[in-house]
Ligand binder design. Structure first.
Ligand SMILES: C[S@@+](CC[C@H](N)C(=O)[O-])C[C@H]1O[C@@H](n2cnc3c(N)ncnc32)[C@H](O)[C@@H]1O
Length: 273
């Protein structure tokens, strides 16, 4: 019997090369579309919070409110808790939860947020329905996801097209949708959201430091992460192919004229009063 779609596997896992990219994230560089709607007293649920750097920023932005970060993977929550302790935050807590079945009553949170999560779940419409359910009337569901097919770069280094093709095939085989950014609005409408503001924004990597960081984490992730294991175990790539993709990333990172842009879709959905 096929597994239910919502049991999708999180493609990247939580290897150091993956967390290296997550801990760079801030509310400013990853949730700017939401910040103008926050009020100091708000109660926020941050779903798929990972190592919690965005969660911690949100907690600082609602000093009279509270943020709960949840993730399906218990291990990464230890890192999120350590982030909150290091930053001296008393208005944040963390718990294990699956976005498809949240253990909270209806109408609980002012904001229900998910950054780079819905691309990895098996049933994003069900996930959004659940997010909307636990949002208070007048509150917001806020989601941002990258769109892999819309990522673009320069120069054309042999092997990077192969990276994109391979990544998208592995992510889909794991039950996710790597081109999620363009689909968020459609998923939100299907989930019953009626007041949906859809925007987009990018991350750009071009300086020497940015290129070294972005290319290095992908070069490492391609060889030593859950993604690498799934690529080989799933029969999508040989070790030689992964080594070639990793080398392509290193080569792009060395190119002084290198430039990479990551497009994201964003939705801010207001729940009807
Ligand atoms: C790409 S990371 C994003 C982490 C964080 N939001 C950020 O942007 O830095 C995706 C996170 O979603 C979690 N995740 C995947 N599927 C999930 C699900 N069904 N319910 C809750 N969390 C999930 C993963 O464990 C992972 O930590």
């Amino acid at each position: 019997m096929p597994e239910p779609r919502e049991t999708a596997v999180y493609t990247h896992g939580h290897h150091e090369s993956v967390l290296r990219s997550h801990i760079w994230r801030t509310a400013a560089n990853s949730a700017a579309y939401l910040l103008g709607s926050l009020k100091p007293h708000m109660r926020i649920l941050d779903i798929g919070c990972g190592p919690g750097t965005i969660t911690a920023d949100l907690a600082e932005l609602v000093p009279e409110g509270h943020v709960t970060g949840v993730d399906r993977a218990p291990g990464v929550l230890e890192q999120a808790r350590a982030t909150a302790v290091r930053r001296g935050l008393a208005n944040v807590d963390f718990a294990v939860a699956d976005v498809h079945a949240l253990d909270y009553p209806d109408d609980t949170f002012c904001v229900v947020h998910a950054h780079q999560v819905l691309q990895h779940v098996g049933d994003p419409v069900r996930a959004l329905r659940e997010m909307l359910r636990v949002t208070r009337p007048g509150g917001y569901v806020a989601v941002r996801d990258a769109d892999y097919a819309a990522m673009t770069w320069y120069p054309e280094v042999a092997g990077l097209d192969d990276w994109l093709d391979l990544y998208r095939r592995v992510a889909r085989a794991n039950g996710g949708e790597p081109d999620a950014g363009r689909r968020l609005r459609s998923w939100a409408l299907a989930a019953g959201c009626t007041d949906v503001t859809a925007t987009s924004s990018t991350w750009t990597y071009a300086t020497e430091d940015e290129r070294a960081w972005w290319s290095g984490l992908w070069a490492d992730r391609t060889l030593a992460s859950a993604y690498a294991e799934r690529a080989t175990e799933g029969g999508h790539a040989t070790g030689d192919r992964l080594r070639a993709v990793s080398a392509a990333w290193r080569e792009w990172g060395r190119r002084e004229d290198g430039w990479f842009a990551v497009l994201h879709g964003e939705i801010l959905c207001r729940k009807q009063v």
